[in-house]
Design a protein. Structure first.
Length: 509
C-alpha cells in the first residue's frame, strides 16, 4: 500500500489558477486530480494553463486531470514533459503515457475516448476537422474533459511532470466524413493469401505513414494487412487510399494493457476497444466479446515478450488464434511455440477445440521489415470474412517471407486426405503418410512435431531450397502432426531459428 498527498498550484500568468491535489492509495485503481479551469471564451483568442506535480512510486495505472472547457472552443492542445532521473542498474526509470477523453467521461468502455499516443508524442491537438495522429477529430464541446496520464513505470525518486493545456477560441472547422477501406479485394478464388496482421504506423508509436506501409506490404508479396495501433482506432479512416484490388486492408487495434497485448483483427470500422484493466480486474472477457461482436478475431500478441506489461496474463480461453511468432525470431518466440504446442496436446487430451497459431511482423519503423513473418491463409476469397474464417479454422502456416512456400498434406486408408488445420478421419491403426513440399528454404531442415514431440527430422534441404519430405505414422502413434522448417543451428544442441511452420493436421476419428 502506497499513500502520498501533495498539492501544487501555479499562476499561469493569465489570471487563472491551475490546482492539483494528488491522493494515492494502492496501485490498481485510477485517480482523478483537481480540475483545471478556463475563463469564458474570448472570440479568436487563446488561453493556456500549466500544472505541475509529482507521482510517487506505486502510483495507479491511470491518473486523470479534469479540464473544464467553456463553450466556443475551436481547438484544444496539450503539451507535457516529465523528468527522467538516472536510476540504479536493473531499476526501471520514468515513462509517462498520455491521452484524452472528452465531455462524455472516462468510464470503462471508452464512450468519451478521443485519443491516445502513449509515450510516442510530447504534444497533441484536436479540433473538428483535424487531430494529431492517434487522436480523433471532432467538436471540442463544452464540459469536463480529462487528460489521461499513464505512469507506465516510475523511478524510485518519483515522476515529476508538467502539463500545459491551450484552448483556441473561434468557430469550429467542418468535420470530414470518414472513409474506410473496402472489405474485399480482387482475389483468386479459393487460394493461399499472405498477410501481416500486426503493424504500427504514425497513428500510434510507429514512424511510417499508411501509404509507406502499403508500399512495403506490396513489395513483401502480401495480399492483406491489419491496422493495429496501440489503444486507438484513429488510423481507421486513413487506409482507404492504401487499399486496392491487390491489397486488402482490415481494421483493428492492439489493445495494450498492463498484463499483455491483444490484437483485435478485422473489426468493424470505427471500433474502439478499451485497455484500462488488468487480469485481476476480470474485465478482459467483456472486451473480447466486444471484439467478436464487431466482427473481429481475438489474438493474444507476443505472449512471452519480455517488455514491461507485455507478458500475457489473461489466459487463452477467449483467444481465436495466438501470435506465436512476432518479428525477428527470438528466444521468447521459441518459448511461445513450445507453450502453444502444449496447448495442442491439452486440446487432444481433453477433446476440446484447439487454438491456431499466427505470425506477424509488429513492424514500427525502418529497418523493421513488413511481412516478416507473415501468415499464409487458405481462404475462399480475398475478403475480410474469408480471411478471418481461414485464420479461425487454422488453415494457415507462418513463413519468414514470401520466398518460403509450404504444401502440407496427410493421406491414408482408402484415399482419404487432409490439409493444414483439417482432420484425417481414419482408424487409429491405419498407416498415414505425411508429406511436406517446400520451396525457398535453402539448407533448412524439416521437423515433424506430434503430441509426443519431434518424431522426424530431415537432412538439410539443398541449396536451391526446394524439396519433399515424407514420413509414415498412424493415428495411434501421433494424434496430430505439424511441420517446422528451421535454419541450420549456429552451434550447440538448440534448433535453428524458424523459417516457417504449419498449423497441425489431426489424425484419427
Amino acid at each position: 500500500m502506497c499513500e502520498d498527498h501533495q498539492e501544487d498550484s501555479h499562476d499561469d500568468g493569465h489570471g487563472g489558477l491551475a490546482r492539483r491535489a494528488l491522493f494515492v492509495t494502492g496501485a490498481a485503481a485510477a485517480l482523478t486530480l483537481g480540475s483545471v479551469s478556463f475563463a469564458a471564451a474570448a472570440e479568436g483568442g487563446q488561453e493556456s494553463r500549466t500544472l505541475r506535480g509529482t507521482l510517487p512510486p506505486g502510483s495507479p495505472d491511470f491518473v486523470y486531470v479534469p479540464v473544464e472547457v467553456p463553450a466556443g472552443v475551436r481547438e484544444i492542445k496539450v503539451a507535457y514533459t516529465y523528468d527522467r532521473p538516472s536510476v540504479p542498474a536493473g531499476t526501471t526509470g520514468n515513462a509517462l503515457d498520455i491521452g484524452v477523453f472528452d465531455d462524455r467521461g472516462t468510464d470503462l468502455g471508452g464512450r468519451g475516448f478521443r485519443g491516445w499516443s502513449g509515450g510516442a508524442r510530447t504534444e497533441f491537438f484536436l479540433r473538428a476537422d483535424d487531430a494529431t495522429p492517434g487522436y480523433l477529430p471532432g467538436p471540442v464541446r463544452e464540459g469536463t474533459w480529462h487528460i489521461a496520464l499513464g505512469p507506465y513505470t516510475v523511478a524510485p525518486q518519483g515522476l515529476s511532470y508538467e502539463i500545459t493545456v491551450t484552448l483556441t477560441y473561434g468557430e469550429p472547422g467542418e468535420a470530414a466524413r470518414p472513409v474506410y477501406p473496402p472489405e474485399r479485394a480482387k482475389g483468386r478464388g479459393r487460394a493461399w493469401y499472405r498477410g501481416d496482421c500486426h503493424l504500427h504506423s504514425w497513428y500510434s508509436d510507429g514512424r511510417r505513414t499508411p501509404a509507406e506501409i502499403g508500399a512495403l506490404a506490396r513489395a513483401a508479396g502480401l495480399d492483406f494487412i491489419n491496422s493495429s495501433e496501440h489503444n486507438t482506432h484513429s488510423a481507421h479512416a486513413h487506409w482507404a487510399d492504401v487499399a486496392g484490388d491487390d491489397l486488402l486492408v482490415m481494421l483493428g487495434e492492439e489493445i495494450t494493457t498492463r498484463n499483455g497485448h491483444v490484437v483485435a483483427l478485422g473489426t468493424d470500422p470505427g471500433t474502439f476497444v478499451d485497455w484500462r484493466y488488468r487480469a485481476r480486474d476480470n474485465r478482459f472477457g467483456r472486451f473480447a466479446r466486444q471484439i467478436r461482436r464487431a466482427g473481429g478475431l481475438v489474438v493474444p500478441a507476443h505472449p512471452h515478450a519480455t517488455c514491461v506489461g507485455c507478458n500475457w496474463k489473461f489466459g487463452f480461453g477467449e483467444a481465436d488464434a495466438v501470435e506465436v511468432w512476432n518479428g525477428p525470431y527470438t528466444p521468447d518466440d521459441e518459448v511461445t511455440l513450445a507453450d502453444w504446442d502444449s496447448m495442442l496436446v491439452a486440446s487432444v487430451r481433453d477433446g476440446r477445440d484447439w487454438i491456431p497459431a499466427m505470425g506477424s511482423s509488429d513492424a514500427h519503423r525502418d529497418p523493421d521489415p513488413v511481412g516478416s513473418p507473415q501468415t499464409v491463409v487458405l481462404a475462399d476469397d480475398l475478403t475480410r470474412r474469408a480471411i478471418q474464417e481461414g485464420i479461425r479454422a487454422g488453415r494457415s502456416y507462418v513463413a519468414e517471407s514470401a520466398r518460403l512456400a509450404l504444401s502440407f498434406r496427410a493421406s491414408g486408408g482408402r484415399g482419404e486426405h487432409a490439409g493444414i488445420g483439417e482432420r484425417l478421419r481414419v482408424d487409429r491403426d491405419t498407416p498415414v503418410t505425411v508429406r511436406l513440399e517446400v520451396t525457398g528454404a535453402p539448407r533448412c531442415t524439416v521437423r515433424f512435431v506430434t503430441d509426443q514431440g519431434v518424431l522426424h527430422t530431415s537432412p538439410p534441404l539443398p541449396v536451391a531450397g526446394a524439396g519433399v519430405v515424407e514420413w509414415r505414422t498412424t493415428p495411434s502413434y501421433a494424434a496430430y502432426v505439424r511441420a517446422e522448417v528451421r535454419h541450420e543451428a549456429a552451434a550447440g544442441p538448440l534448433p535453428g531459428a524458424l523459417a516457417g511452420f504449419t498449423n497441425p493436421i489431426f489424425l484419427g476419428r
